[in-house]
Design a binder for this molecule. Structure first.
Ligand code: FES
Length: 333
């Protein structure tokens, strides 16, 4: 389908732009567009530099507004500039160099017949020719560079997701021989300190040092356990694998305190039934029966920590946890 020039009738005659009649003006406009794209690329690069070198907590004065976070301000300015300059270049390109003719385009029937599709393709190709993209490699190159660089800040920002977790999701700090401490007082525990029916929230020995070094509560959140003492005759089953030393000690069992649904801390213990209820969504675990789920949305029993006593009679971990603690996106082997 060809597009016929529009007969403007009584309307003022359409005047060509300077860049339509003056090759020098067209060349100048081409350079301007290219430089706008290049400036956008430089702004994207400045964003990356600002992201790397500006400390996240640095404040800078902002006249009339007191002070503001330097990192946010610089990232906002550079990112805004990069996007603005791409838009400005595209508009300048369209206004100065794209075809400037008034035409009437006839509406075709809605069904798209083969001949119309071919015509559309011809039109598309003609548009590319007329836009001068092929004749203006400088614009094309600078635009490609600007658009490519504009996406880079998003890639750099992935760094804010933090370091790769390595085995942080599957391991806790529990290890063979580590003392089990009362969470409140960080004292070691002897089996005789616990009466039948007692539940104690506990943490691994050295948790205070780890928290001091790491500066966060992640390890504490993962390593929190609870000790429960019950009459050995009431224990239906624990998670001791066949042929291994028992994971419980004289009726004392140790389970992760982290719910296997979405990770709330457990604590509502029914002494008579040995049921542990999660306050978040009511998953219920039977601690006398290997920590199995008997109600609620959780799909995985509570991981059990194998325990024993050291030569001084204090409770210690026999091994680390045999499986990841916490939410049950983990599959048991
Ligand atoms: S977190 Fe425990 S039931 Fe949902």
């Amino acid at each position: 389908m060809t597009i016929e020039p529009y007969d403007s009738g009584d309307l003022p005659e359409h005047k060509p732009r300077r860049s339509d009649v003056d090759p020098k003006a067209a060349k100048r406009a081409e350079r301007q567009v290219g430089f706008l794209f290049i400036a956008s690329g430089l702004a994207s690069a400045a964003f990356i530099v600002a992201y790397i070198v500006t400390p996240v907590d640095k404040e800078m004065p902002l006249p009339g507004f007191g002070s503001t976070n330097a990192s946010n301000l610089l990232l906002g300015i550079t990112m805004g500039l990069a996007l603005f300059l791409i838009g400005a270049a595209a508009i300048h390109w369209a206004k100065k160099l794209m075809p400037d003719v008034e035409v009437v385009q006839e509406r075709s029937p809605e069904s798209s017949e083969a001949e119309h599709r071919d015509a559309l393709l011809d039109e598309y190709r003609r548009g590319i020719d007329e836009s001068g993209v092929k004749r203006r490699p400088f614009i094309l190159g600078s635009m490609a560079a600007a658009l490519g660089l504009a996406g880079l800040p998003a890639v750099v920002l992935l760094r804010d997701l933090g370091p790769l977790p390595a085995d942080a999701l599957t391991k806790t700090m529990w290890e063979r021989g580590m003392h089990i401490l009362i969470a409140e007082t960080e004292q070691k525990i002897r089996p005789e300190d616990m009466q039948v029916g007692t539940l104690i929230s506990a943490v691994p020995e050295g948790i205070d040092l780890v928290m001091e070094e790491a500066g966060n509560l992640n390890e504490l959140a993962k390593s929190a356990v609870m000790l429960i003492r019950m009459d050995p005759a009431e224990i239906v089953a624990d998670q001791t694998p066949e042929g291994k030393e028992p994971w419980s000690y004289e009726g004392i069992l140790c389970f992760s305190k982290i719910c296997t649904h979405v990770g709330c801390p457990l604590g509502l213990y029914e002494q008579l039934t040995h049921h542990m209820l999660c306050p978040c969504h009511q998953s219920t675990f039977d601690l006398a029966d290997a920590g199995n789920v008997i109600f609620g949305p959780s799909s995985r029993s509570l991981p059990q920590l194998a325990i024993t006593v050291d030569e001084d009679g204090y409770l210690i971990a026999r091994e680390g946890f045999a499986e990841p603690v916490g939410p049950s996106f983990w599959e048991r082997g």
